[in-house]
Design a protein around this ligand. Structure first.
Ligand SMILES: [Zn+2]
Ligand SMILES: [Zn+2]
Length: 476
């Protein structure tokens, strides 16, 4: 089909898409508490003629909207949760909270969800008009920041029936997201001891705080014996009471344990578990633990990524006004410039071009170009629940420019940008790219077969869900 039709639909629906994004920005609801945000999506999906399913997998803010019939079935993933402590006015170049200590969209998920929705609407209209055949599904995926919502949806049966899943993330470059992310396991450890007067009869006390500290020391020693792609981080969520003259009877730790894949992350988590037990044994306390959440490593799909890249190149790039460029320059002055990449002596002209563009990327206020797609293995030490989807259906993702180059992640700057025309333009560009890619997949069964062929090889081991059946999503 003529992709101009898809682009036009996105432009015609621009006010619907940006209104959703701006409202979600305003609601700024935390992980698994996105009640108003989910209701907003459900209302728009129904008004646009999608068949809506709410309360997916027993999660109050998980939903889907589908349109069409038969195969292929193409899914768009939408996130919409905010971050705590990032309340911020929009369109200003200084930190200024709307509500002190409130929440804000520092990761741009207001744009992420609405951009994916825009793509779903454009594909739906094309199916309705007879330009395409198949089914389009928009997934409302809650709790990305707080509890890996997609992992729970993946565990409970979602995404398996898709022929492909596509998504994007707001960012400072137009670029395919390549490579893999770490798998993760998040655990909570609760130590329980016996309170006593710390001076009068400490021999009667059993310190849970000592146990927690010994566990952390034990894990420090473990670090030397971990593989390079593994990492462990922790936080105290309870260090006992505030009085030092009490032997602390309780302590809580949260551990994030990461590995190259689910198998290695689980094996590392087992070693951390053993250290917790050892700490309890050393201190005469008891320890209980439970899993909070987890994510699988991401499988990339080169065929799908190339297609997404080609469509990113074909889609009309946003043009920016002088006002937007000025705003980006002023915003850029509020954070330290990102280090420029060193010069690489590589004969691959695409890589050379990428290095030159990366350098430009460090200097420009807005990166109004598409990075070349260079399929290569890259390992990102962080984790994402898109990884779980990628084990169940071929999945690809990209970033689109919604804020100035070098803008730090999870920052007030991103919250401020999230309701500007600069961000809206990037979101609509993402919607066009996603819709056009879905159109290619629907029109070209051979292409879809190649995508599936690659997936069948990379996902041959099958999905090893990182969370057990007993794990329930944490709210907030
Ligand atoms: Zn984030
Ligand atoms: Zn994010």
């Amino acid at each position: 089909m003529d992709k101009e039709i898809l682009y036009r639909t996105v432009e015609e629906k621009a006010s619907v898409i940006t209104t959703v994004s701006d409202r979600i920005w305003e609601y700024a609801e935390l992980s698994m508490m996105e009640v108003k945000s989910a209701a907003e999506y459900v209302a728009v999906l129904k008004a646009e003629g999608f068949a809506v399913q709410e309360n997916l997998c027993g999660i109050a803010t998980a939903f889907s909207g589908s349109y069409g019939s038969g195969r292929p079935v193409i899914g768009f993933l939408g996130e919409f949760d905010a971050l705590s402590g990032l309340s911020q006015m929009h369109s200003v170049v200084h930190p200024q909270a709307i509500t002190e200590g409130g929440c804000g969209h520092g990761c741009g998920h207001n744009l992420l969800g609405a951009g994916s929705l825009g793509a779903a609407i454009a594909v739906k209209k094309a199916i309705e008009a007879g330009h395409l055949s198949g089914t389009v599904v928009f997934y409302g995926c809650p709790g990305e920041e707080g509890c890996a919502g997609k992992t729970f949806m993946a565990r409970d049966g979602m995404f398996r029936d898709l022929d492909a899943a596509l998504t994007w993330h707001p960012g400072d470059t137009n670029e395919i997201t390549i490579g893999s992310n770490a798998a993760s396991i998040q655990m909570e450890y609760h130590f329980s001891g016996t309170a006593a007067h710390a001076a009068d009869d400490p021999w009667n006390g059993r310190s849970a705080l000592d146990a927690a500290e010994l566990m952390n020391v034990g894990v420090q020693f473990l670090r030397e014996h971990m593989k390079p792609k593994e990492s462990v981080h922790y936080s105290f969520t309870d260090a006992g009471g505030v009085s030092p003259n009490v032997v602390q009877p309780t302590a809580n730790l949260v551990y994030m344990i990461r590995g190259e894949n689910v198998r290695t992350a689980k094996a590392l988590a087992q070693r951390v578990d053993d250290i917790a037990k050892g700490a309890a044994l050393m201190t005469g306390t008891t320890v209980t633990s439970h899993q909070i959440d987890g994510t699988a490593n991401t499988l990339s799909n080169g065929v799908l990524e190339q297609l997404l890249h080609d469509n990113m190149v074909s889609a009309p790039l946003p043009e920016y006004t002088q006002e937007e460029i000025l705003f980006a320059r002023r915003m850029k002055a509020t954070f330290a410039p990102s280090p420029l990449p060193g010069l690489l002596t590589n004969e691959d002209p695409r890589l050379r071009k990428a290095v030159i563009q990366k350098t430009e990327h460090g200097r420009k206020a807005i990166n109004n170009f598409v990075f070349p797609y260079i399929p290569s293995y890259k390992f990102s030490p962080g984790s994402t629940d898109v990884g779980d989807v990628s084990w169940l259906t071929p999945t690809a993702q990209f970033t689109a420019v919604t804020w100035p180059s070098g803008s730090p992640g999870h920052s007030w700057q991103n919250v401020s940008c999230g309701r500007t025309s600069l961000a809206h333009k990037g979101m609509l560009f993402a919607a066009k790219t996603l819709a056009a890619t879905a159109a290619d997949l629907m029109e070209n069964p051979e292409l879809l077969a190649q995508v599936r062929e690659e997936f069948d090889i990379t996902a041959a081991e099958g999905y090893d869900c990182p969370i057990g059946p007993e794990v329930v999503p944490v709210i907030g």
